[in-house]
Design a protein around this ligand. Structure first.
Ligand SMILES: Nc1nc2c(c(=O)[nH]1)N[C@H]1C(S)=C(S)[C@@H](COP(=O)(O)OP(=O)(O)OC[C@H]3O[C@@H](n4cnc5c(=O)[nH]c(N)nc54)[C@H](O)[C@@H]3O)O[C@H]1N2
Ligand SMILES: Nc1nc2c(c(=O)[nH]1)N[C@H]1C(S)=C(S)[C@@H](COP(=O)(O)OP(=O)(O)OC[C@H]3O[C@@H](n4cnc5c(=O)[nH]c(N)nc54)[C@H](O)[C@@H]3O)O[C@H]1N2
Ligand code: SF4
Ligand SMILES: [Mo]
Length: 786
């Protein structure tokens, strides 16, 4: 519910936000030479709030000083951030249907972030009102889109999907659900796939992301989620941070870590790039991309050899120790150095710090997951945590930093997955099939009984002619899939494609029908954060144009197929979720509205939730309450450099952009001053070797494609390695990546290792150089409101 606060001129935080943005825009028009200025102005204004930790009074003075913006009828809605999975909550200030900005005011309502936010959560809302927002359904006629009524558009979708079912059967359809959307939206989408269409071919962006994490942790510990809550993040004695650019991708987590390190916790960072976190780490070690099992197994070997492992913990709580011990014998310090580039003394000192610490948190993200042996990487890091006994207490544990705002909940817990019903209940288990069929009042025979295609497999199946139509909700695979040439060709060739988004994305351009959804600030429901917090999302402004909530669109489609679902609100859907999903058994909108902090599992209405997992028992399918170690076998990545493709390219994110840019490219303060186009980080030695200078265009060629982008000469990557952000279509990373092979258990692509050749293209005149961009990126970015 939106709280309608009649505010006077003095309560001017909204005015302040507005002015900060405006000032940035004015600077844009004044500035012709250094494009960085608008961003700087924008950010510095925000930063000054943080730096001075201003009181409310001071803030209002600032607002007054900045402008005479007249404030009346400003609405304030407490909601959850729609950008990343950190799960910040804040008050969103809106006026006349426009979002002015966010400000966390009540730490009680914001367990993860307290009073901090990053620049995306605080200011990045221009997209909501952007003139390109989809506001009406579109249908394609003679190759062109035209606006259509909801009736017509929904009928076209029913016809398109129905024709494919009639001709080829339901398994010729693939559905992509959206981890941007709420838990309720995603629950309804998987129900639609199973009950209405009759297929398990449903997946989402988790497959491109942490699917290996989910797979590895579920097999080893029980749940495909972080075992830790917030206490470990804030109070552990030691962090091993690897494969996560925490300051840019999970900024508010980074401030927690930094603060704890300042108070004495040890921080060990293993990453191929000298990321910002390396600068405040006690130990930073560069690793070769793709060799994580090698150095982690090497640490395990060293710890066991030196008798530093936790024998009691292993004895009482772990299965599989002996086979792991045997399997790591080949990972001698010499082998680790040769393969992973880790000097023996650095391997040993990190191993000793971790093993000797009273508590330790293992934090990672895609640097471990996005590999053809991604699941092995997770087995390895879980094994390391288990042999040192650092799982299952409040300050220790395994903490994958998740990605999209709702990938934990909407991308996993809610079961828009080819193998699981909600709550990770196997979709091929007959008891589960019967339970869901009963509840949905359907014939068990009609409930699909085989696992469906994983996301990237859908694109491969379409290529093979086995998949004929797709329904894509809130996903932009023409930019985010590995090898976008391949993805585009598939989308173009489909017999039918429906896309439900908030913009006419590059993916939507291929569609037959486009359905306009509400954005996060126009939606009600819940998101689930990295720390398993289920949190309310509230409608802060009325839906733009003729947009509808994702779940309501799916419900309307189901109805046209002849299924009457009784939900009237997102809260009704949550009631069904809690009936069918044991880990959400006690979650309800009412409890959340009453201010309860709920981290799943929440077994029933009286259960208070679970701040950290496995304090007494592990919960794998084996049912014996033990953790089950798996041997991490993979060593080399799928691609190895050779004479033709001598460099190793890794890919990832930058702070100010979000994925395929549909939201962040529209923020003037961010794009114009910052990364408006693709670039590649190159070590000065490599640049010298290839004769490349700063700001010059270079062509990267891989075995799979080619892309032209600007050179940023910097010591962030090692010599021989380059880094390209994932955000861009033109000149972007996924022109170079490959869609096969996939990690066998998780079916995730190897986004993090691609071999490339580099050629210099010449220097454009008068352009701002990517190194200037990089310097800006290292500036502090989390603001703390007081
Ligand atoms: N600003 C911003 N924030 C975001 C997003 C965004 O688009 N923009 N996206 C969100 C999403 S969906 C996700 S999944 C998360 C991702 O969060 P992260 O995974 O933290 O983000 P990436 O930039 O992909 O960073 C991967 C890190 O792994 C390192 N790395 C690369 N290869 C290897 C390797 O082989 N081994 C090891 N150990 N490390 C390696 C890279 O140098 C980098 O530091 O971010 C979320 N947050
Ligand atoms: N090279 C390389 N590629 C990568 C990665 C990498 O590290 N390297 N990372 C991978 C990872 S981890 C991820 S998660 C993917 C991300 O890939 P995508 O999920 O494809 O990227 P997004 O741009 O976040 O796409 C989300 C879409 O949802 C729309 N949207 C936003 N809100 C809503 C809503 O409420 N409802 C609906 N219906 N739509 C909405 C947006 O406009 C956008 O089109 O990229 C992957 N690709
Ligand atoms: S860290 Fe930034 S983007 Fe992520 S939830 Fe918090 S405010 Fe939003
Ligand atoms: Mo992700």
């Amino acid at each position: 519910m939106t709280e309608n606060n009649k505010t006077d001129e003095k309560s001017g935080v909204a005015g302040f936000m507005q002015r900060a943005k405006q000032q940035a825009r004015e600077k844009t028009s004044e500035t012709t030479v250094t494009e960085s200025a608008p961003f700087k102005a924008f950010e510095q204004t925000a930063e000054s709030v943080a730096k001075n930790t201003m009181t409310e009074g001071q803030l209002f003075d600032t607002a007054d000083a900045l402008a005479d913006y007249r404030l009346s009828d400003v609405n304030v809605t407490d909601t959850t951030c729609g950008h990343c999975a950190v799960g910040c909550r804040f008050d969103l200030y809106t006026k006349d249907g426009e979002v002015l900005g966010a400000r966390p005011t009540d730490p009680e309502k914001a367990p993860v972030n307290g009073i901090s936010t990053c620049v995306k959560g605080k200011f990045t809302y221009s997209y909501v009102d952007d003139e390109d927002r989809l506001t009406e359904p579109l249908v394609k006629e003679n190759g062109e889109f035209r606006e259509a009524s909801w009736d017509e558009a929904l009928d076209r979708v029913v016809e398109g999907l129905g024709d494919i079912i009639d001709e080829y059967g339901p398994d010729a359809l693939g559905l992509i659900a959206s981890s941007k959307a709420t838990n309720e939206d995603n629950y309804v989408m998987q129900r639609f796939a199973r009950e209405v269409l009759g297929t398990n071919n449903i997946d989402n962006c988790n497959r491109l992301c942490h699917a290996a994490t989910v797979e590895g942790l579920a097999a080893t510990l029980g749940f495909g989620a972080a075992s830790t809550g917030l206490e470990a993040l804030e109070e552990t004695d030691c962090y091993l941070l690897t494969g996560s650019n925490i300051t840019e991708a999970h900024p508010v987590f980074a401030t927690r870590v930094k603060q704890n390190v300042a108070e004495g916790a040890e921080l060990i960072v293993f990453d191929p790039r000298k990321i910002q976190a390396a600068e405040y780490a006690d130990q930073f070690t560069r690793v070769e991309p793709g060799y994580d099992t090698t150095w982690i197994n090497g640490m395990i070997r060293y710890i066991i050899e030196e008798d530093l492992h936790d024998e009691k913990f292993i004895e009482e709580r772990v299965d599989g120790f002996e086979k792991v011990k045997e399997s790591v014998q080949q990972f001698t310090p010499e082998f680790v150095e040769k393969k992973a580039g880790v000097p023996p003394e650095e391997l040993k000192s990190a191993a000793e710090t971790i093993a000797n610490a009273d508590s330790c948190m293992f934090g990672w993200a895609l640097g471990l997951a996005e590999h053809t042996h991604g699941t092995d990487n997770i087995y390895a890091i879980a094994n390391l945590a288990l042999i040192t006994g650092h799982v299952g207490d409040s300050k220790s544990g395994l903490a994958p930093f998740r990605g999209q705002n709702n990938v934990q909940g909407g991308g996993g817990d809610m079961g828009p997955l080819p193998n699981n019903f909600p709550g990770y209940q196997s979709a091929t288990d007959d008891e589960n099939r019967a339970k869901f069929a009963d509840y949905w009042d359907m014939d068990i025979e009609d409930m699909p009984d085989e696992e469906g295609y994983r996301l990237t497999e859908m694109f491969l199946a379409a290529d093979d002619g086995d998949l004929k139509g797709m329904f894509v909700q809130g996903e932009n695979p023409t930019v985010s899939e590995p090898n976008i040439d391949h993805a585009q060709k598939v989308l173009e060739d489909l017999e039918f494609l429906a896309v439900q988004d908030i913009f006419l994305t590059r993916t939507a351009e291929h569609a037959d029908v486009v359905l306009p959804a509400t954005s996060t600030v126009e939606s009600n429901g819940t998101y689930t954060s990295s720390s398993r917090h289920v949190q309310l999302v509230k409608r802060a402004i009325e839906p733009k144009g003729n947009t509808k909530p994702d779940w309501a669109i799916t419900k309307a489609l189901a109805q046209r197929f002849g299924y009457e679902w009784e939900y009237e609100t997102a809260s009704d859907i949550m009631n069904e979720i809690s009936d069918l999903t044991p880990i959400y058994g006690g979650v309800s909108h009412e409890r959340l509205e009453n201010g309860e902090e709920l981290q799943w599992p929440v077994w029933d209405e009286d259960h208070p939730g679970t701040p950290y997992l496995y304090d007494e028992k592990f919960l794998t399918d084996e049912g014996d309450e033990l953790a089950h170690m798996h041997v991490a076998e993979g060593i080399d990545p799928a691609e190895l450099p050779d004479e033709q493709f001598p460099l190793v390219m890794t890919t990832g994110r930058v702070l100010y952009q979000y994925h395929t840019g549909t939201l962040t490219f529209r923020e003037e303060g961010l794009t114009e001053g910052y990364t408006g186009e693709s670039f590649v980080e190159i070590h000065p030695d490599t640049a010298a070797e290839y004769g490349v200078s700063e700001g010059e265009y270079v062509t990267l060629t891989s075995r799979h494609g080619t892309a032209e982008m600007k050179a940023a000469v910097t010591e962030r990557p090692s010599p021989g390695e380059v880094f390209t952000p994932m955000h861009y279509f033109k000149g972007g990373a996924n022109n170079l990546t490959k869609e096969e092979p996939l990690d066998p258990p998780s079916k995730t692509a190897e986004y993090k290792v691609t071999n490339v050749q580099l050629t210099a293209e010449g220097q454009p005149e008068g352009e701002r150089t990517p190194s200037e961009i990089e310097t800006e990126r290292d500036e502090p970015t989390v603001t703390t409101d007081d």
